[in-house]
Design a protein around this ligand. Sequence first.
Ligand SMILES: [Zn+2]
Length: 432
Amino acid sequence: MKSKFSKLKVSRSRILDIFTSVAIAAIIIFNYNSAHKTQNQFSTLNIIPTKANYVFGFNQDSFSIQENVIQKNDFFGAILQAYNLPTNLILLIEHEAKDIFNIRNIQAGKKYHVIKKNECDDTPLAIVYEPDNYKYIIYDFRDSVNVKLVEKEVETRVENAFGKIEGSLWKSLDDQGIDAGIIDLMEEALSSSVDFYHARKNDTYKIIFERKYIDGNPVGIGKLLAAEYTNDSGENYSIYYKSNDQEGYFDMEGRPARKSFLKSPVKYSKISSGFSMRRFHPIKKVNIPHYGTDYAAPYGTEIRAVADGTISAASYTSGNGKFVKLKHDNVYETQYLHMSRFAKGIRPGTHVKQGETIGYVGATGLATGPHVCFRFWKNGKQVNHLKEKLPSPVPMNMTELPKYFEHRDAIIAQLNAIGNPTYVAAVQTSRP
Ligand SMILES: [Zn+2]
């Protein structure tokens, strides 16, 4: 118990700091015009806009709710201590929270709310911590200690956007207030027809996508439902489709956009050394074959599985360093060397999906700098994957096609209508 407590200890000056901020908060709140609603999520102190009577399950007429932000090097225990909560109560809170949300995992910059009977009251009745936009944890200590994780109600709306590239695709979307995460989805959807690294001025796009809302405020992007990208090679379409046995992006004919193998195990990387039967080894100083392709990338960059598969090895040797080997089918295997560490849950027998992170770039084993030595095995022999004619992805089931075409025609009609002034956005709203 004693050692536990020592971690929660804070210096007097830190507590004084917190008290000072609380005092300032009180002044700010006192001067706060309640009619004024702030949009700034990052200001350290403000009052939650009185949209609904209940916030986090507390009636605002009967409770005072103050919003704060976790500061750098703040410990939850220290925050509670600064509010004069007794040590045994803090330890109990920590204990009760363990299986729900460990209070040691709180992060600087995240919001928390102090619930009191009234503003002038020193002792809080509960603290609410928000680890992200989608959930919050109530640490309620009104009678005994009650810790509860609450998932917020998320509303999904279908929206659309279109534009012409002037500077970059990113800028064009950003100007419309669309999260850059959608670019990853566009890349995934159109990877077989569009090279997004060479998007050009005057290329145009139209997208239909889901956006998530909580209490009417956008909190993130959901699925990309359809995309049209027009460049000098013409119009390219990709449509999201889900059925009992297939899910993903398909082209107009129902061919999957997804390749059976990704080209490289690291997203933004360059080949620093290619596959070669004769290469001067930088460490061994002799000519020896290089049965792999080296991708240079910064330490810690995510390494992804190039295809669905089962992990056959997640191990270490002095030459390979930390490495992972995947078995994809009876013909193909891939191997990823020199990792700094494995991703969570990566061990022999685990099944991984294409694109899933299996480890992080490092320089373990015989390596002069951070890179992935990527090895591609065909029938037990190492081959140059960039010269391999790889199998085509599994096509959509023939019996599924009529249903797919029906869906395709409906969504293409929607895509075509985007940008047309008489078009009213097909807003569908769903609540899980
Ligand atoms: Zn290599």
